[in-house]
Design a protein around this ligand. Structure first.
Ligand code: ZN
Ligand code: ZN
Length: 345
């Protein structure tokens, strides 16, 4: 009798075959987890602006074809050898931080977030634009039961970035904190800032955003089309922190004079042109400019998720099926999405 062959059902993935190529939906064999890895049956994956790095080849050393996606929520459906802290059936998330080497100078200090050889899902290995994904345990965070798959996904990158940047910004309850940009990051930043007890000034373009900004928790809305935002912030006493979320270096530069004494411009919007500042703007008032990148799983991710669960902070979302990854990505790139785009499997 002939040996029966195990038939492995293929899965669908949305991949980029080379830098600048369009998305293609292809079938692949379902991958097996290796030592220290788990396989996740993906339920939802957010589309982040940083996915442009994979789509256009903007990150050195990407091996193609590559499946983007670093806002992944799913269920562990197989455990690799040596994995003891996670189990099959557990609901988990994977964000930007996809694993550390554990040996570089930053890791030796426990600063995994700044690992020199940081692994990023969708860049270093295939991410969440697929039905099954393999991830190392260093990348995993547990998802609270009360958060849905689709609403949890953007919290794993956009959420953790705004939450963690704000909670490390030095601002205290009652301080004036401005959030520049009302988009994928900003609409979460306003909510977190409000729940942290700051007086929140939302800075956006056009009067049409005022009502939404207030609804999200801003007590002041500054329309940069109609007002000089730096002057408006100074009238309010000067901002302790300005969370710069929209990737416009020009807009960020124009806000520096809105900082109060010891104020900080916290930069998370990834623009690639220079922020312009005169040293004298920083010296007077002892102001600083700082960048911030997300956080480390599981702690920072789970803190973000639990805080969102506790306070009702939620992303606003548009969903698309995996098959429409190209359309969904284009929607995100258009800047018109309200506000995060999430793929469902
Ligand atoms: Zn991201
Ligand atoms: Zn390291």
């Amino acid at each position: 009798m002939a040996a029966t062959k195990t038939v492995v059902a293929p899965m669908k993935v949305a991949q980029i075959s080379k830098p600048g190529a369009d998305f293609e939906i292809v079938e692949r064999e379902i991958p097996k987890p290796n030592v220290g890895q788990v396989r996740i049956r993906v339920e939802a994956c957010g589309i982040c602006h940083s996915d442009v790095l994979t789509k256009e080849g903007g990150w050195p050393g990407i091996q193609y074809p590559r499946v983007p996606g670093h806002e992944v929520v799913g269920i562990i459906d197989e455990i690799g050898a040596g994995v003891s802290a996670w189990s099959e059936g557990q609901r988990v998330g994977v964000g930007w931080h996809g694993g550390q080497d554990g040996t570089c100078p930053s890791c030796r200090r426990g600063d995994f977030r700044n690992c020199r050889n940081l692994k990023i899902p969708g860049i270093s290995y295939d991410g969440g634009y697929q039905q099954y994904m393999v991830a190392p345990v260093e990348a995993l965070a547990a998802i609270p039961d009360s958060l849905g798959d689709v609403e949890a996904a953007p919290l794993l990158c956009a959420g953790i970035t705004t939450f963690n940047a704000l909670r490390h910004s030095g601002a205290l309850p009652g301080d004036l904190v401005a959030v520049q940009g009302i988009g994928g990051l900003g609409h979460l930043g306003i909510q977190f800032a409000n729940k942290f007890g700051y007086k929140v000034a939302a800075i956006g373009r056009g009067s049409e955003n005022a009502a939404l900004a207030k609804k999200l928790g801003a007590s002041v809305y500054i329309d940069i089309k109609a007002t000089n935002a730096a002057e408006a912030l100074q009238k309010l006493g000067g901002a302790q922190v300005i969370l710069a979320t929209a990737p416009s270096s020009k807009a960020m530069s124009e806000l520096i004079d809105g900082l109060g004494p010891n104020g900080k411009l916290m930069v998370i919007g990834a623009a690639s042109d220079p922020v312009e500042v005169m040293p004298i703007q920083l010296i007077g008032g002892s102001r600083t400019i700082q960048g911030w990148t997300g956080g480390t799983p599981p702690t920072d991710s789970e803190d973000t998720l639990r805080f969102a669960e506790l306070t009702g902070v939620r992303p606003m979302i548009e969903t698309y099926p995996l098959e429409k990854a190209a359309e969904a990505y284009a929607r995100m790139m258009s800047g018109d999405a309200q506000f995060r785009v999430v793929l469902t499997m």
